[in-house]
Design a protein around this ligand. Structure first.
Ligand SMILES: Nc1nc2c(c(=O)[nH]1)N[C@H]1C(S)=C(S)[C@@H](COP(=O)(O)OP(=O)(O)OC[C@H]3O[C@@H](n4cnc5c(N)ncnc54)[C@H](O)[C@@H]3O)O[C@H]1N2
Ligand code: MOO
Length: 460
């Protein structure tokens, strides 16, 4: 990126620039202060209180944009379809949420079993070792009598009346196959009794549990072939814009579509099943038809959210009688993002076309909405101190890509609304309050799904 490329992202409007100067923070041309283009509407109410000029304040109060935190709350309130539990085979259940309690279908272990390779013995030693040993997976072995031992493998069934297992490294046999213990033998040692972990019917996991690889293992061990789970919400992606290429180099004013490749795996990581990605250009009628005909739970559009000549999202939503739940958010980048209800149980998230603005919309609106639809619990919010100070927007929240180093969040450059270089190496986004944040200030951190080593990452 050239210097001019960086300046391009510092597109302060006059009002924002003045506010920064008044605060003593001139709009320096580094990539940390990007605020996006000028607003179509007066400034948000959050900033209104701090304004001295009554006309300016009145204008600010007319602004319909929703504060960032409130926008997330609204998106997280989407109602789930009732009675949607499905029975899913274990190999398809990863990343879903249990719709019913998981109770043990059998005792675990389901028989007394050896915890070690060695000998099962009965009574005090020395012991006569039987000719034939016991392996895992075999039927019930013959019962032992006092003074008898049998070679046994880890996981094999313990013969009836065995009193202990001696590990192979803690015993020796002589030429007459008599076994001597080289350590004291405690009654019951290295025997896992039937039902040690759970009895049949014991509750193992409550509904609402995220199915992780470990949950799959437990379900299989407890006898399950299928589990009752909430299905993934179905998402359809509509990529808007005549200027987008799907391959090759940008040329003649055309650019590569960055969102078509980025959004499907990201939405899957957030719990969605992506049923279609459709490129509609800037065709208003195609958009109307696509919205009308979609049966997805969530439709995600990219681009076309602003008020340009071919920005069709608002007019088409109006024509379809959609209810705008969020129309603009007090956040940078991404402030033109929107959330609408098209019909009962069908929502639309309108992501701005600038790629980092689209990421902001994903985390602000799509993430809480999908979390609710998928039945996932909200992650525990957390904060980290900032490694370096960051400029803020005068009135709006800013989301900036950060890497997490030790217990600090390190802000990344290349964080302009049209840039992906920062987010591509980021672990998380930091939530910068209006006015900015100083070094050491604790900021809320929004993890990126793949940086959490999390189960949510299901790229297949
Ligand atoms: N008069 C105003 N103009 C703009 C405002 C404003 O407040 N008043 N807001 C600006 C901000 S901030 C953003 S963000 C964008 C949002 O615009 P749209 O959602 O309508 O998006 P487009 O105009 O279609 O595209 C914006 C930008 O992003 C590029 N783009 C679009 N789709 C993709 C894609 N799939 N992959 C890569 N890049 C994409 C597109 O070519 C544009 O450069 O509006 C500002 N304008
Ligand atoms: O600031 Mo826009 O919202 O470019 O992303």
């Amino acid at each position: 990126m050239t210097a001019s490329g960086r300046f391009e992202e510092i597109d302060f409007d006059v009002e924002e620039a003045l506010a920064l100067v008044k605060e003593g923070g001139a709009p320096v041309p580094d990539d940390s202060g990007s605020t996006g283009a000028s607003r179509p509407v007066p400034s948000p109410a959050a900033g209104a209180a701090s304004r001295k000029d009554p006309a300016e304040r009145q204008a600010a109060e007319q602004h319909t944009a929703t504060p960032w935190q409130r926008a997330r709350t609204i998106a997280g309130r989407a109602p789930r379809r009732p009675d949607t539990a499905v029975s899913v085979t274990l190999d398809a259940a990863l990343g879903l949420v249990l719709a019913a309690p998981l109770a043990a279908l059998s005792d675990l272990p389901s028989f007394d079993t050896s915890a070690m390779d060695g000998w099962a013995v009965a009574g005090p030693g020395p012991w006569d070792v039987r000719a034939e040993g016991v392996l895992a997976g075999h039927g019930a072995p013959q019962r032992l009598t006092d003074g008898e031992a049998v070679k046994i493998a880890t996981g094999a069934r313990i013969p009836q009346d065995a009193s202990a297992v001696i590990r192979s490294e803690h015993g020796r046999t002589d030429e007459k196959e008599r076994l001597y213990a080289t350590r004291d033998v405690a009654h019951g040692q290295d025997i896992r009794p039937r039902g040690q972990e759970c009895r049949s019917g014991d509750p193992l996991l409550p509904p609402g549990t995220l199915v992780t690889p470990a949950v799959l293992g437990l379900a299989a061990a407890a006898g399950y072939d299928t589990v009752a789970a909430l299905p993934r919400p179905r998402a359809e992606i509509l990529v808007l814009g005549d200027e987008l290429l799907t391959e090759g180099l940008p040329h003649d004013g055309l650019i590569r579509d960055a969102l078509g490749p980025m959004l499907p795996p990201w939405l899957r990581a957030l719990g969605a099943e992506v049923v279609a990605v459709r490129r509609l250009g800037d065709d208003a009628e195609a958009l109307r038809k696509a919205l009308k005909n979609s049966d997805a739970d969530l439709i995600v559009t990219t681009g076309g959210t602003a008020a340009g000549p071919v920005d069709h999202v608002h007019p088409i939503l109006r024509r379809l009688g959609a209810e705008l739940l969020v129309d603009g958010v007090e956040v940078r980048p991404g402030h033109p993002m929107l959330l609408a209800r098209l019909k009962d149980n069908q929502h639309l998230v309108g992501l701005p076309g600038n790629p980092l603005a689209a990421v902001s919309g994903l985390l602000t609106l799509a993430e809480p909405l999908l979390r609710t639809l998928a039945g996932r619990a909200a992650p525990e919010p957390y904060t980290l101190p900032l490694q370096d100070s960051v400029h803020g927007h005068p009135y709006d929240t800013r989301l900036i890509p950060v890497v997490l180093r030790g217990d600090r969040a390190v802000p990344l450059h290349y964080n302009g609304p049209a840039m992906l270089r920062g987010i591509a190496v980021a672990d998380a986004l930091a939530v910068v309050p209006a006015g900015g944040a100083r070094t050491g200030q604790e900021l809320e951190i929004l993890d990126l799904p793949w940086a959490m080593a999390g189960i949510e990452v299901c790229f297949t």
